[in-house]
Design a protein around this ligand. Structure first.
Ligand code: EZ4
Ligand code: CO
Length: 413
């Protein structure tokens, strides 16, 4: 059979998602996630205007060949837009193949290597008391790993800190619409001071260890904000608090920066949510400069290339920590779960639950229970887009914030 229809939809059930639908000549439908937070329409256009017509009539079973065709065809390789578009096609074709086989995708990837996927969730608070509350609530619910982000005295709203209102259900959502819910015209601006951050954070980890003991896995995201020598000092300072990982301590594009961090510290390092291909990791993996691969399946070319990347990482004892924020759609999340269940070198899975509105638009068969996720046993990826529900939510422009140092100069957000 062949690919007959290729459709792209953009829906905004609270936040924007770009979804690819591939239909075969015998009526099998596959779904792919192409969401690139804050730049959604560029991927939608890439797929609609440049990719869709080239897929019509191709054999849907030739996944590897289609991946190579899309990677090589444009001549302009890599980059988040191209690789998110390829990822969507790749996911949709794996969805179709597994549906035709009548199996959940993880079976085609080698079958389950574990019973379920350990997740980490996001705990945050403007101050220590509210952070402590958030961690307590998660620990009491059975969670075994938390990412902690907290406000810094003297700074306003910063990355990763949710309001944590009592009973608040959803995590931090950085992409912002306008205040009245309509399309934003420009990004919000936040203020940053690395010096204040470096002096405040070690004490937070010390208190968390004292209050929650040694079993809890504690993760933290530096979100690209430290220079190499600052990151080296920070990673060294926090060694006694035994983090599960320190993420994005330096800007992701500078691979050799992590040599400096590694020379000074045994704090495990995670990086890669802004990476797109295995080449972004070549130095990091072969020189064993990281411990966890943070790529999203959605932003790294899909299941085909993520599986190869993680197999390559496995040779060097490096594990997965697949990106799973709410800006990855439930389709992309399902792809991460099938892959994570199948590979041997699974590390941990990030879990930020989608809103109820999002889950009315995307019908999922993955399940969460007491700190663990399972992709479910529906054939394929196990996620279906309800197209009429999706059509009710028009695209609404939202931007990720930008960051300025206290003197007004631009800094990595
Ligand atoms: O800032 O997904 O580890 N997670 C993160 C995320 C990213 C957003 C950007 O779209 O760093 O919160
Ligand atoms: Co991150």
């Amino acid at each position: 059979m062949t690919i007959e229809l290729v459709d792209v939809s953009v829906t905004s059930p609270g936040r924007n998602f770009v979804t690819l639908k591939i239909t075969t000549s015998d009526g099998v439908v596959g779904w792919g996630d192409a969401t690139l937070n804050g730049r959604e329409l560029s991927v939608a256009s890439y797929l609609r205007d440049h990719v869709a017509s080239t897929l019509i009539g191709r054999d849907e079973d030739r996944i590897e060949d289609t991946w190579q065709y899309l990677y090589r065809a444009p001549y302009w390789r890599r980059g988040p837009v191209t690789m998110a578009a390829i990822a969507a096609v790749d996911m949709a074709l794996w969805d179709i193949k597994a549906k035709k086989a009548g199996m959940p995708l993880y079976q085609l990837l080698g079958g389950a290597s574990r019973d379920a996927l350990r997740v980490y969730v996001h705990a945050s608070g403007a101050d220590y008391a509210s952070l402590h509350d958030a961690v307590t609530r998660y620990v009491e619910s059975g969670v075994t790993a938390v990412r902690v982000q907290t406000g810094i005295p003297g700074l306003g709203q910063i990355y990763g800190v949710a309001s944590n209102k009592p009973g608040a259900k959803y995590d931090y959502e950085p992409a912002k619409r306008a205040a009245d819910g309509s399309s934003a015209t420009r990004p919000a601006e936040e203020e940053w001071d690395t010096r204040k951050y470096l002096s405040h954070m070690p004490g937070v980890f010390a208190r968390l260890r004292e209050d929650f003991g040694t079993d809890l896995r504690i993760l933290h995201d530096g979100h690209h904000r430290m220079s190499p020598i600052e990151a080296a000092r920070f990673a060294k300072d926090i060694e006694p608090y035994d983090l599960f990982w320190l993420e994005d301590c330096t800007p992701g594009e500078d691979q050799s920066a992590l040599r400096l961090v590694r020379q000074h510290s045994t704090t495990p390092l995670a990086i890669g949510e802004v990476f797109n291909t295995v080449y972004d990791y070549q130095t990091l993996i072969t020189e064993r400069l990281i411990d966890y691969v943070r790529s999203a399946v959605t932003h790294t070319g899909g299941i085909t290339s993520m599986k190869k990347l993680l197999d390559f990482a496995a040779v060097y004892g490096i594990k997965s920590g697949i990106h799973g924020p709410t800006d990855i759609s439930p389709v992309g999340m399902a792809a991460a779960l099938h892959l994570g269940l199948a590979i041997h070198n699974f590390g941990i899975q990030e879990y930020m639950p989608h809103s109820e509105t999002t889950l009315e638009v995307f019908q999922t068969s993955y399940s969460y229970e007491r700190g663990y996720l399972h992709p479910g046993d529906a054939p394929g990826l196990g996620v279906e887009l309800d197209e009429s529900a999706a059509a009710a939510f028009e695209y609404t422009k939202a931007y990720l914030p930008v960051n300025r140092l206290t003197d007004g100069s631009m800094h990595d957000w």
